[in-house]
Design a protein around this ligand. Sequence first.
Ligand SMILES: CC(C)(COP(=O)(O)OP(=O)(O)OC[C@H]1O[C@@H](n2cnc3c(N)ncnc32)[C@H](O)[C@@H]1OP(=O)(O)O)[C@@H](O)C(=O)NCCC(=O)NCCS
Length: 143
Amino acid sequence: MQVRKASKKDTKPILGLLVQLRPSPSSKSQYNYFMRIIQRYLTDKDKQMLVAVVRSKIVGLASLVFLPRLNQKLELWIPELVVDQKYRKKRVGKSLIKACVSAAKKKKCFRIRLESGNRRKGSHAFYRKIGFEQFALSFQKPI
Ligand SMILES: CC(C)(COP(=O)(O)OP(=O)(O)OC[C@H]1O[C@@H](n2cnc3c(N)ncnc32)[C@H](O)[C@@H]1OP(=O)(O)O)[C@@H](O)C(=O)NCCC(=O)NCCS
């Protein structure tokens, strides 16, 4: 398994994987919109997309956002992390996070932060296992 930066040709399999995290696009125009968002991600200097590849197949991804804070160094925020159901518990997620840690060190970030929904008990266990600690409550106001 290899972890590398995503490129434009990975857009379709990336969107294919993201539906394991959130519902599929509801229309062709929404699908095209999501494709454009992913492609923009790849060229934005404050963002990165890492993919895990097994025998040329994309089996996992992590999206990275390097957030400036007002009185701190950069923070690496990981909005999306997903491993293909068939490839879970094979260290793919751990390898993606390891690559995120390297990227964070390279950019001299002071920490990595992410959110995981209350219902995702498995991913909470995963994050704890690989050295993350719970440190805050997360609030939302749906729009
Ligand atoms: C969470 C997720 C990314 C983990 O990826 P993964 O490739 O299956 O995890 P790994 O194989 O790298 O696991 C690393 C360690 O965590 C443990 N672990 C992974 N998933 C676990 C689970 N559901 N429950 C308990 N432990 C778990 C593994 O056993 C392993 O421990 P070890 O080092 O002692 O062997 C993956 O399950 C996934 O994509 N889930 C659905 C999407 C999701 O919830 N994403 C996170 C959104 S915040």
